[in-house]
Design a protein around this ligand. Structure first.
Ligand code: GDP
Ligand code: IMO
Ligand code: MG
Length: 424
């Protein structure tokens, strides 16, 4: 058995939560491998909408175990709130034994969030547009070997460790100005720590590898998107983790040879939230239509997402980095009314044709070159079978597959779990 991976190929919000939920019945374990509550993964079924930040999107399946892996950074306050919300809706994964936490996962402290905010406000016009959840500072402490992990919460000197790190943060924060009062947040943090101690802590690397040995099926759920990867995204306008397939190896403790299918997910167009380059961005009425029809407002922060046409150089780059074996296209229904759809086939940069997203995209403008394809101009939200797909949409799919050289296996035509077609 191998671990399948599902991850975003654009700048996040491709619909990962929805598709993981759809695929979950085929899996015994769903495991988040990186990121933290900067993620907002939306699921809809039975007329209800749920947004998950830290909890894997397999949580609604009665039979599937969900793991928050070692590569994830956990804000205990947010995790507790997520679980409280689920409880209000009749789901209690802790009681049902459906959620486990990696001992090696790092904790986001209230002062990590203060550091995030201080760093952003100090950037002036060059803001990254962080979700301000403390992600960057927490990963900095992880790689700086100062971090506090889930497993540390059970140690007798946990409070001293916490205080030592907070003192360090305070000394950094004092350089930015007055330190805001965080006593309420601190009290909530310790209350949440007491709560997360009631969730089983596991060695995720052993759990996942034992599952594989026993012939059980594991799906790794990515957060953010490939173009926000710390190494390969448009640095510094990125997040602080490896959002690519490699991140699933380190974020769960899985050897590369044990990675199976890599399911890459993308929207039929493109969005980005936060700062940084976005070659196909639309600043016109079409962009506004995509935002309104696609409800392109952040699931975590409510911010308006930037919108634009689909970008093949970016997608090809993401497919290469991740070793994508099959594709999922979401939000095709958002294009229902479009007579024409533009596809960026390549860029022109420094007078030359560029086929993959380049390194110097920030310093040297990459001008998108488009081809135009025909829209289907009919409502596809209710179609249930491949045979009902309008010819123009079939042509769009075939066109994309030809350029991307990977089959599109699933087509999503609405936010609900049931609005998903398997393509043969
Ligand atoms: P994630 O972060 O990748 O899980 O994606 P988000 O949940 O942040 O954003 C995707 C949004 O699009 C959510 O509001 C979903 O409910 C919604 N969505 C997912 N798939 C589709 C689709 O095929 N059509 C439409 N119209 N909405 C979709
Ligand atoms: P999901 O999993 C979209 C963006 C932020 C910002 C940059 C850095 O829902 O797809 P951070 O908080 O990580 O320091 O922010 O990354 N970002 C996301 N954009 N979807 C996400 O997650 C994101 N998580 C972070 O907007 O530009
Ligand atoms: Mg999201």
């Amino acid at each position: 058995m191998k671990v399948d991976v599902l991850l975003g190929l654009q700048w996040g919000d491709e619909g990962k939560g929805k598709i993981v939920d759809v695929l979950t019945p085929d899996y015994d374990l769903i495991a988040r491998f990186q990121g933290g509550p900067n993620a907002g993964h939306t699921l809809e079924f039975d007329g209800q909408k749920y947004v998950l930040n830290t909890i894997p999107s397999g949580i609604f399946n009665p039979k599937t175990l969900n793991l928050i892996g070692n590569g994830v950074v956990i804000d205990p306050i947010i995790l507790k709130r997520e679980l409280d919300n689920l409880k209000k809706n009749g789901f209690d994964p802790v009681k049902e034994g459906k959620l486990v936490l990696a001992r090696r996962a790092h904790l986001i402290l209230p002062t990590h969030q203060l550091l995030d905010a201080a760093s952003e406000s100090n950037m002036g016009t060059k803001k990254i547009g962080s979700t301000l959840k403390g992600i960057g500072p927490t990963y900095m402490d992880k790689t700086g070997r100062n971090g506090i992990r889930v497993g540390d919460t059970t140690l007798p000197d946990f409070k001293e460790r916490y205080q030592k790190l907070v003192d360090k943060h305070k000394s950094i924060l004092s350089h930015y100005g007055e330190i805001p009062d965080f006593s309420e947040k601190e009290a909530a943090f310790f209350e949440a720590i007491a709560f997360i101690k009631t969730i089983p802590h596991v060695d995720s690397e052993q759990l996942v590898n034992n599952y594989l040995k026993e012939g059980k099926k594991v799906l790794a759920e990515g957060a953010q998107g490939t173009l926000l990867d710390i190494d390969f995204g448009s640095y510094p306008f990125v997040t602080s983790s490896n959002t690519t397939t490699a991140g699933a190896c380190t974020g769960l403790g899985v050897a590369p040879k044990n990675i199976g299918d890599v399911i890459g997910i993308f929207k039929a167009y493109c969005t980005r939230v936060g700062g940084g380059p976005f070659p196909t961005e639309l600043h016109d009425e079409t962009g506004e239509t995509l935002r309104q029809v696609g409800h392109e407002f952040g699931a975590t922060t409510g911010r308006a997402r930037r919108t634009g046409w689909i970008d093949l150089p970016a997608l090809k780059y993401a497919i290469m980095l991740n070793g994508v074996t099959e594709l999922v296209m979401t939000k095709a229904d958002v294009l229902n009314d479009f007579a024409e759809i533009k596809v960026c086939t390549h860029y022109i940069q420094n007078g030359e044709k560029v086929d993959l997203m380049p390194y110097d995209i920030i310093t040297h403008e990459a001008k998108p070159v488009y081809e135009t394809v025909k829209g289907w101009q009919e409502d596809i939200c209710h179609i249930k079978a491949e045979s009902e797909i309008p010819q123009a949409l079939k042509d769009y799919i075939a066109y994309l597959e030809k350029h991307l050289e990977v089959p599109i296996k699933y087509l999503s035509v609405g936010p609900d779990r049931l609005q998903t077609l398997v393509l043969n």
